[in-house]
Design a binder for this molecule. Structure first.
Ligand code: MN
Length: 435
């Protein structure tokens, strides 16, 4: 097993450089969670913990100090448990494979943290980790109780969230490389779904094609629950039941991406179950596609993050007016947010270890400017509720979204999910090949 410890060590060094002197960072990865009785969900490490350590096992803690020295606290080696549940690195593995300066087992957690926090000036941890927050309070109390014996309890507590989020927001070359592989596996999965769909299937039978391509290609699981929504189910933004029968004449909206090395891809395509867009479907689809192209023009270095969304909203609103779904002045319809009846989400989000990745979208109330190395999605859509009596019946129940993953580069946006059809004629041509 070869893990590039240099990358994680370099991240820990950069982290410590951005914190005040005498800070101690504590982060934990979380526990296995029960599905039912003695069955557990497959473990997936906490993203920021993984970013700083590369350590894959549950129940672990990392204490990072000085110039990036790390103590890893892990489950102990235990031949009997390992016989049942699988290999553990233990303390020796933590040092040998993960670059830990020191290692300890979980039973030693209290004494290890006592030693690390005694005399520390700042304790830095993720404030949203309420379980760790309780533990840190109890460790602080334990140190404070020993002041007369020379102990010195920390008095400053800092949130790790903004620091690690800013680091994770700008992707290194090694991250971009793996994200492009995750993206391309996902491209293949979407192509396969377009080929395999037939009216009469259940949505989850089409979902099986996605999971098959993911796993066959080396991605053990999707990055989030696959959305396979036919017909008006596409208007439910996070529809994951995926159990209805696909009808001839339905549009299928698939929002699915592979996870590879804990990095997410996130793609949405919308295509006709029978291989041919109907006229109203094609009309609204073209509006969403135009919004995608308008938004893409704004994904350049130095452009405010929100410019992409604003461009997409303008194009969508113009299209809704052109087709009579909205009536009135485009500027007024945008200002009054009238388009929200048909477009209620944002046009993208940061992408990385988490599908909705960390990182601030605004700085001091202003939309932040895009920088080289940021990765985000672009995902305009239109959703006409099946019971929207205000529009012509032919539009009702149509839900469309088109989503790709984009790396911001100096020479313009680079689409990591390249090669997946989105123009109407290209989708129909790909689907015709297999029919
Ligand atoms: Mn997305």
């Amino acid at each position: 097993m070869k893990i590039d410890t240099q990358i994680y060590q370099a991240r820990r060094e950069r982290l410590m450089q951005s914190l005040p002197e005498n800070s101690v960072v504590i982060i934990r990865t979380g526990e296995l969670s029960t599905r039912n009785n003695d069955c557990e969900y497959e473990f997936r490490p906490h993203s920021s913990f993984f970013y700083l350590t590369g350590f894959p096992e549950p129940s672990a803690y990392a204490i990072i100090q000085g110039r990036g020295e790390m103590t890893l606290v892990t489950l102990p080696k235990d031949p009997e448990r390992e016989q049942w549940d699988g290999f553990r690195f233990g303390s020796e593995g933590a040092i040998a494979h993960f670059g830990a300066t020191k290692a300890a087992v979980l039973a030693e957690l209290d004494s290890v943290t006592f030693a690390a926090l005694d005399g520390a000036a700042h304790v830095v941890y993720l404030f949203n980790d309420t379980i760790l927050r309780e533990k840190i309070a109890s460790w602080r109390d334990a140190i404070a109780a020993k002041v007369r014996m020379g102990a010195s309890a920390p008095t400053s507590f800092m949130d790790l969230t903004p620091v690690v989020s800013e680091m994770r927001l700008r992707k290194g070359a090694e991250e971009v490389a793996i994200m492009e592989v995750a993206a391309q596996i996902s491209v293949e999965a979407h192509k396969q779904a377009m080929r395999a769909v037939r009216p009469g299937m259940r949505e989850y039978q089409l979902e099986a094609e996605l999971n098959y391509v993911f796993m066959r290609s080396g991605a053990r699981q999707p990055a989030y629950n696959n959305i396979v929504a036919s017909g008006h189910n596409a208007c439910v933004l996070h529809y994951i039941k995926n159990d209805e029968v696909i009808d001839d004449g339905d549009l299928i909206l698939i929002d699915a991406g592979a996870e590879l090395g804990c990095y997410a891809a996130d793609i949405t395509r919308t295509f006709p179950a029978n291989g041919k867009f109907s006229e109203p479907q094609a009309a609204l689809y073209q509006v969403v596609l135009d919004a995608y192209h308008a938004g893409m023009k704004e994904l350049t270095v130095g452009t405010p993050y929100e410019a992409c969304h604003n461009a997409a909203v303008r194009t969508l609103t113009e299209g809704l007016v052109a087709h009579g779904l909205l009536v009135g002045d485009v500027n007024f319809l945008i200002e009054s947010k009238a388009y929200r009846d048909f477009y209620m989400h944002n046009t993208g989000h940061w992408l990385g270890l988490d599908v909705h990745d960390c990182g601030a979208y605004k700085i001091a109330g202003e939309s932040r400017l895009l920088e080289e190395g940021m990765v985000l999605t672009i995902e305009p859509g239109l959703y006409v509720s099946a019971d929207n009596q205000a529009v012509d019946a032919k539009w009702r129940g149509i839900g469309i979204r088109i989503e790709d993953d984009v790396l911001i580069r100096a020479d313009g946006p680079y689409v990591l999910t390249h090669g997946l059809p989105k123009e109407i004629k290209d989708i129909e041509a790909l689907m015709a090949e297999s029919r």
